[in-house]
Design a protein around this ligand. Structure first.
Ligand SMILES: *Cc1c(COP(=O)(O)O)cnc(C)c1O
Length: 420
């Protein structure tokens, strides 16, 4: 069981909403820092351990600055993500550039920043060489295919577009070495939102085993092993968080069995978690503006799936707290909807909740990762503001809400005059 709490009262939320109109995402700095420290502490036995925070989960410079201060790096996969990391001072090998279908300009930019370039395909060796030359340190992304089971979000590895096969990996490292690379990394990312700690231990074992084979067959020593992200969070109250200590202990055993025993120590262990780092520490706060009764009872909010897309596209559960009614009995059944002209714009379907009144504030939980970030402008919906609840209890605007002017910014109305 996980108790789903909100770090502010209804009164505080009303105060915040008076300054920053709903809907908004609000992130809890203290909880993000505490969790970041717990993750680091769990892996402290691994010398040089780093979590490259997956920027796509919460691409906000204030969040990246907090995580940088906590010792995290950045996992980037596009030009703007690279530039965002650079702007907060995360550069060099504190960046892992794990992209796919990568344009040459992005390889060049990653190289300029000194990022660890993680190749998605054997054919990209030529692309990188042409774009910017082979860097001294290069990583390759492994797709274990049928050797590993995937999960619902990322699918089966053999159906996933990412990574090298085992044979390609062996040929790829040999080719990289022949072209001048001297330092090597190995990476995989095969699951998303996975809650089973054993899954990550198995992933590490798979990569350690491969590192041993690469050493034996090619004489190439792996410097960095990145087991990817994908650590899940308990979206539902009946789920449990992944115990970092158990994952770390399992990986430590595998490290001893494979890396140490085969003389490969030291290998730097890395992860690139996004969701588990910030996901549980964000809430989408939205106001109820309509109640509707037809074949079902509907709660109409001032947000939409443009602010939080996961329920609409994955059918994902996001817990909802009706602020001020935290301990009221859940006696009503509602579909909680947004205003998009799509029937899947529902934050909850047939959810048991306390009786809701127009004007109530809802806190939709676990919006701290893949929440704001997945927002979009379809149907003329504007992306919301992002707020940071500081450790001293104050609230800071860390991204303003979009305006209609932002929505129009890429349009050329002036050209209309001469358009016949
Ligand atoms: C999305 C992604 C991550 C982060 O995944 P989480 O589920 O947020 O931990 C890490 N690495 C790669 C390559 C990704 O695509």
């Amino acid at each position: 069981m996980t108790t789903k709490t909100v770090p502010f009262t209804k009164e505080r939320a009303e105060g915040i909403a008076a300054a920053f109109p709903t809907p908004f995402h609000i992130y809890d700095e203290r909880a993000i820092r505490t969790n970041a420290r717990e993750l680091k502490r769990a892996f402290a036995a691994f010398d040089g351990f780093i979590n490259y925070f997956a920027v796509k989960a919460l691409p906000n410079p204030y969040i990246l600055a907090i995580l940088k201060a906590e010792g995290f790096g950045a996992d980037c996969s596009s030009l703007p993500e690279l530039l965002l990391a650079e702007r907060v001072g995360i550069t060099g090998e504190r960046i892992m550039f794990t992209s796919n279908d990568t344009p040459a300009t992005e390889f060049r930019e990653a190289r300029r920043l000194g990022a660890v370039i993680n190749l998605d395909d054997i054919s990209h060796i030529d692309c990188v060489e042409k774009a910017c030359g082979i860097p001294e340190l290069v990583s390759c992304r492994y797709n274990p295919g049928p050797l590993k089971e995937g999960n619902a979000i990322i699918g089966k590895p053999e159906e996933a577009k990412y990574g090298f096969t085992r044979e390609q990996l062996l040929a790829g490292y040999a080719s990289l070495k022949a072209r001048g690379a001297t330092r090597f990394g190995l990476h995989t990312m095969v699951a998303s939102n996975e809650l089973d700690p054993a899954y990550f231990v198995e992933t590490a074992r798979l990569l350690f085993d491969l590192a041993v084979e690469i050493k034996q067959r090619l004489g190439i020593r792996m410097e960095l092993v990145n087991i990817g992200g994908g650590v899940g969070i308990p979206y539902r109250p009946d789920q449990e968080p992944v115990p970092y200590d158990r994952v770390a202990a399992g990986i430590q055993k595998a490290y001893g069995d494979l890396i140490v025993r085969n003389g490969l120590h030291p290998v730097r262990l890395a992860m690139e978690c996004g969701r588990v780092v910030t996901g549980p520490y964000g809430w989408l706060v939205t106001r109820v503006i309509h109640l509707k009764e037809t074949y079902r009872r509907y709660v109409g909010t001032d947000a939409s799936m443009a602010n939080l897309m996961r329920p609409g596209i994955y059918g994902a559960y996001h817990h909802i707290t009706v602020l001020g009614k935290e301990s009221a009995p859940a006696t009503a059944t509602y579909d909680v909807t947004g205003s998009l002209c799509e029937n899947n714009d529902k934050f909850a379907i047939q959810r048991r909740l306390p009786e809701i009144a127009i004007g109530d504030l809802l806190a939709i939980h676990d919006s701290g990762a893949h929440g704001w970030a997945m927002g979009f402008n379809y149907n003329g919906k504007l992306r919301s503001a992002e707020l940071l609840l500081r450790e001293d209890g104050t609230v800071r605007l860390i991204r303003r809400a979009e305006t209609v002017e932002d929505y129009f910014r890429t349009l050329d109305f002036a050209g209309l005059d001469s358009f016949k």
